[in-house]
Design a protein. Structure first.
Length: 867
């Protein structure tokens, strides 16, 4: 099964979709409130058209003597200047209304106060309406027009005569007289003047107690509403938003009952006073929908509550249009039954669910409030501020209880998130520590803890930018790998760190300020076996030769640690920043080249030697490509019978035409390939190429002709070398007797046992074995006799002065006698001229090889010379 990883775009899109769904689910209950209110306003305006027009009004605190209030759409200055307070262009402000709506121009209200008594009457004119920007009053009496203090919301609180929330003007009415008052009102909101005439005592005490407790309950309910919305947002549980719907419905219901409904904002739309017909069904819907989200209920109770919600929604639609049997009476019955059912299912879960207790108390509070409000209407309980607000109080208490339950849920969620936050902080702390460790690893070597190559090069680079000259010493500890193999990695690392600490102390004590510091250390680690330090040239405490001797003497001393005593066999390379490089990296590279010299402990960088080393490195890097590209190829030199000149075999000689260095002789790269362990692929390549060329040679020189290739001691040490040779012969259909493997005397003696075993395997398979360059090594006759050899090749050095020097002639005859004793075919190398070839003809069965018969040539050249 294939799985596709989502792209970043799809992940982002899924997050956006989840967020949109969350927001939609969260606001769906609140959108129902808005839709219900709009529907109620529309239904009331269509089916219950008001019979009065909007006008100015007097508040309910008006005293017993009725005050008639009129208003005019003119400002106070215009009325006073033209003495227009007496004309008939004044409109009567009905007591049933309280506002004129949103007006852009000032409105002046007019009312008259009469004092029919024999004593002056002192009263307070009170305007309790808030958010009136500007109120400019004037009094017109016997003495003419008197301007009174201007107040309003756009003026400082200090403009008020009394430090009360209301705007209050004290007035005195003379006995047996009347005074006309004009109040100009300007407001950015609705224009109104709910004026009343009160005594000082009534302002403070008439409705203080009622307003206090209602304000307190309303404030707590409002706070609970905000808290609930916040909790719903934090918990991301949209179902809990139904409690907010319940609270909003309660607040709207009470505002309507108290006469402070939203119809104040629209005097031409008094239908807003009938919102009670939609807010009460909303309360039922909210309770039924909130219950399954607050208390985990089985499927059946949830279906029943959803059915009640649908019925309440139907009543919400039908109540404003007054359809028989589908009004508030039916709603009260259904609501009572729903509350009773909820109380039963919640009571059953009191012991198994913590929040069921909160919910049971809330349902009981709503139940008591609804019953009290219902029996008040039939006179079973007295009518007062408490009974008038019984439903409000019950639902408010229930909302507060449910909010407390949600608060408990929030606390649990907070504890869970706090635990997650603690875990996140711990994870962040771990990440910080890991980052610090990682940053430390970036500048230190993980094994030694010393500054690494990056720090070394940056420090030296900064010195070069400042023009400071230094000598860089790179110390290679050649013996580390042997110690690691003997003692194990950890023990070897511990010994290395101890040694480096001693070396650091020695350098610091010996050279002091001349020693360059790398992050406060005198040493830096390049790799596990290579370490470096630098000395400031202008601060050296002596001549360079003496300093080098001091360093060499310390490094060559035996290292003693516990029961261990040995030498690290250090090799030190020295480079001068002034002459050996333009950058710290180049200077370090030069010191590294110098450290490769194993002939002495300390070596100063030499550009010629470095160039040779570089050439060798380039050759080894290009070796594999040269084998496949044809830059390395084979030439063949024939082996012939000295007596008759017949060709019996060809020796394959490897050549390398390098694209940069030109012709590279075998002695320039074969030993290096053996040192780095790259000779085995070369041998296999030469074997394959020689076997591929043999059929062409056999066509012209006979199928008995053999082809010889040179192999090294490393080839004989390779497991399965004999199988690889036989497989190559089989691939090219060459018989084993047609292959000669030539190995030098020195290679045979490097690992006698392994060489003897592998030669035996090859010889047993029918392959001929030749001992090359005989006479140049140190093999004993007994050792040679133990090898399965077929051919002995006498080195060209035996032919020097062979025609004139009797001693050399005797040595040559002794070599031939040795070959005869071992029953080996004998090939003489380096036959360059006819005289030497003629002299060799005196020895029967002798074979020769050299320029006299043929120089090394390609297969094509050989075929053309012998058609």
């Amino acid at each position: 099964m294939d799985f596709e990883h989502p792209s970043h775009g799809s992940l982002a899109g899924s997050r956006v979709d989840r967020l949109q769904r969350s927001i939609t689910n969260l606001w769906r209950p609140l959108l129902l409130v808005i839709a219900a209110i709009l529907y109620g306003l529309l239904a009331q305006s269509v089916f219950n058209t008001p019979s009065h027009a909007p006008s100015g009004a007097i508040t309910s605190s008006t005293p017993a003597n009725d005050i008639r209030v009129d208003y005019s759409m003119r400002d106070l200055d215009e009325i006073l200047t033209g003495r227009l307070w007496q004309d008939d262009q004044w409109l009567h402000a009905e007591r049933s209304g309280s506002g004129l709506g949103y007006l852009r121009h000032p409105v002046t209200f007019r009312f008259r106060i009469e004092n029919l008594s024999e004593r002056p009457m002192e009263r307070l004119i009170v305007v309790p309406a808030p958010f009136l920007d500007h109120i400019a009053p004037a009094a017109i009496g016997r003495d003419g027009v008197t301007r009174m203090p201007v107040m309003g919301d756009e003026y400082p609180f200090s403009n008020r005569i009394y430090d009360l929330p209301q705007w209050v003007w004290p007035v005195t009415i003379a006995p047996q007289s009347s005074t006309l008052f004009l109040f100009e009102v300007r407001n950015s909101g609705p224009t109104m003047l709910p004026v009343s005439l009160q005594t000082p005592e009534s302002v403070v005490g008439s409705t203080a107690s009622t307003l206090v407790w209602k304000a307190f309950v309303s404030g707590v309910l409002g706070f609970a509403l905000l808290l609930n919305l916040m909790i719903v947002t934090l918990l991301r549980r949209p179902g809990l938003a139904w409690l907010s719907v319940l609270m909003i419905s309660i607040i709207l219901s009470q505002l309507v009952l108290e006469g402070f409904g939203p119809w104040l904002l629209w005097p031409n739309y008094p239908a807003a006073n009938g919102l009670l017909s939609v807010t009460l069904p909303l309360c039922v819907i909210a309770i039924c929908q909130f219950t399954p989200h607050f208390i985990d209920l089985p499927r059946r109770p949830t279906w029943i509550l959803n059915a009640v919600s649908l019925i309440a929604l139907l009543l919400l639609v039908t109540t404003p249009i007054r359809i028989p049997y589908l009004g508030q009476g039916t709603l009260l019955i259904i609501a009572g039954a729903a509350l009773f059912y909820i109380l039963i299912i919640v009571t059953k879960r009191l012991h198994s669910h913590l929040y069921a207790r909160y919910y049971a108390l809330a349902v009981i509070a709503i139940f008591i409030g609804a019953i009290t409000s219902s029996i008040r209407t039939v006179g079973l309980v007295p009518v007062n501020s408490v009974t008038n607000s019984a439903f409000f109080l019950g639902t408010a208490i229930a909302s507060i209880l449910l909010t407390m339950g949600i608060g408990q849920l929030l606390l649990e969620e907070r504890r869970r998130r706090l635990s997650a936050s603690i875990q996140a902080r711990q994870e962040k702390l771990r990440r910080t520590r890991l980052k610090a460790d990682y940053d430390q690893l970036l500048i230190t070597h993980q094994n030694t803890g010393l500054p690494n190559r990056l720090v070394l090069e940056e420090t030296l680079e900064e010195m070069q930018r400042r023009g400071e000259r230094y000598n860089l010493f790179l110390v290679r500890l050649e013996y580390f790998s042997q110690i690691e193999q003997s003692l194990g990695y950890q023990a070897a690392t511990n010994l290395l760190n101890s040694y480096l600490a001693r070396l650091n102390d020695f350098l610091r004590d010996t050279f002091g300020e001349a020693l360059v510091r790398f992050n406060h250390k005198g040493l830096a680690t390049i790799d596990i076996t290579s370490h470096a330090f630098a000395l400031r040239t202008n601060m050296l405490p002596g001549r360079p030769a003496a300093i080098h001797k001091t360093i060499t003497d310390w490094l060559e001393g035996s290292y003693i640690e516990g029961r261990y005593a040995f030498s690290w066999h250090p090799s030190v390379g020295v480079a001068d920043s002034a002459i050996h490089g333009k950058s710290s990296a180049e200077v370090l590279s030069c010191a590294g080249f110098a450290a490769l010299d194993k002939n002495q402990t300390l070596t100063e960088y030499d550009s010629d030697i470095a160039q040779q080393q570089l050439r060798k490195q380039v050759l080894m890097l290009d070796l594999e490509n040269a084998l496949s590209s044809g830059d390395i190829y084979l030439l063949y030199q024939p082996k012939v019978s000295v007596r008759d000149g017949k060709t019996v075999a060809f020796e394959a000689l490897i050549r390398w035409q390098h694209r940069e260095f030109g012709m590279v002789t075998p002695d320039q790269w074969i030993p290096l390939a053996e040192q780095v362990g790259a000779i085995y692929p070369v041998t296999l390549w030469a074997l394959d190429r020689a076997c591929r060329d043999w059929p062409l040679l056999a066509q012209h020189y006979g199928r008995e002709v053999a082809v010889a290739i040179n192999i090294s001691a490393q080839d004989l040490s390779q497991p399965g070398f004999d199988q690889a040779v036989l497989a190559t012969l089989q691939n090219h259909m060459v018989q084993p007797r047609n292959l000669i493997l030539e190995i030098t005397e020195t290679s045979v003696m490097s690992n006698t046992d392994k060489a003897r075993a592998m030669i035996h395997q090859l010889s047993s398979a029918g392959i001929q074995i030749a001992l090359d360059d005989f006479g140049t090594g140190h093999s004993s006759l007994g050792t040679l006799a133990s090898f399965d050899l077929d051919e002995l090749k006498i080195d060209r050095s035996f032919l020097e002065d062979i025609l004139t020097n009797p001693t050399r002639q005797r040595i040559f005859r002794t070599a031939l006698e040795l070959g005869d004793a071992l029953q080996l075919n004998i090939v003489v190398e380096g036959v360059e001229n006819e005289a030497t070839a003629y002299w060799l003809q005196q020895f029967p069965g002798l074979y020769g090889q050299g320029y006299y018969w043929s120089r090394p040539a390609s297969v094509k050249q050989l075929l053309e010379s012998n058609p």
